[in-house]
Design a protein around this ligand. Structure first.
Ligand code: ATP
Ligand code: MG
Length: 237
């Protein structure tokens, strides 16, 4: 039996503006989107359209300039930085577009980090981190410093770090950009499996190879979200 789907994250009329001198850049216009448990949502759009901004709002990485963000029934857009960090640690796995691995640490230490921050013992953290790295095919690179890994390998370590805490929500910004087709398949199957186990998974991509894995697609164009493909929008103009 399929688990009932519940709303894990909700962005309600939320957007983001940045001020640079006299000008205001609207990175994301007022947007409304839900992420549901049990679903893999793809977020697709051209460069600069606001995909990372939308994912960062969902992932509690930035505050909205207006509107609301809710995670698991909590209005997180009202929380202070410290409480927001707790929500990120407990509920969210985030794979950053630029990986954000900690350079002086090994692959294993990077993946252990969120567990150690949660107060889990070193022994248990090591076992869980090793298993997560093995899942993404990095079991033979545990002791390598992250800087010594290739782009695709760093990406896989970043994915292991996001899934090691078993979060309710996995948010991935271009997780397959540096991967060959075989690794794309491995990573996407893993993310799809997490969705099937009841997690809410969102993946930002340019990569049309990923559409067969999607339960739902959200398009982002010029800072606005839409459920219609970009080509359709253009042909209607
Ligand atoms: N911190 C910031 N300060 C100023 N402008 C920003 C900031 N972050 C994003 N922007 C601007 O907001 C817009 C949307 O950026 P965003 O990173 O969300 O795009 P994206 O769709 O993820 O692009 P890409 O596919 O290239 O990663 C861009 O025009 C960007 O320059
Ligand atoms: Mg981006």
């Amino acid at each position: 039996m399929l688990p009932t789907r519940k709303i894990i994250a909700k962005v309600i009329g939320a957007g983001k503006e940045y001020k640079a001198g006299d000008t205001t850049i609207t990175a994301l216009q007022a947007s409304t989107v839900d992420l549901l448990s049990g679903e893999l949502t793809l977020i697709i759009g051209p460069s600069g359209s606001g995909k990372t901004t939308l994912l960062s709002l969902l992932g509690c990485v930035i505050y909205p300039s207006f509107g609301e963000v809710w995670i698991d029934g909590i209005k997180v857009s009202d929380l202070n930085e410290k409480s927001l960090a707790q929500i990120r640690l407990k509920k969210i796995g985030f794979v950053f577009q630029k990986f954000n691995l900690i350079a002086p640490l090994t692959a294993l230490e990077n993946v252990m980090m969120p567990l150690i921050l949660q107060g889990i013992s070193e022994k248990e953290s090591k076992a869980k981190a090793t298993a997560a790295l093995e899942k993404v095919g990095m079991g033979d690179r545990l002791k390598n410093l992250s800087n010594d890994l290739s782009g695709g390998q760093q990406q896989r370590v970043a994915i292991a770090r996001a899934l090691v805490t078993d979060p309710e929500m996995m948010l991935c910004d271009e997780p397959t950009a540096s991967l060959d087709i075989k690794s794309v398949g491995i990573v996407m199957k893993e993310l799809k499996q997490l969705a099937e186990q009841g997690k809410a998974v969102a993946v930002v991509t340019h990569d049309t190879r990923l559409t067969p894995f999607a339960d739902r697609i959200v398009y982002v164009v010029d800072g606005a979200i839409s459920d219609k493909p970009i080509e359709e929008e253009l042909s209607q103009k």
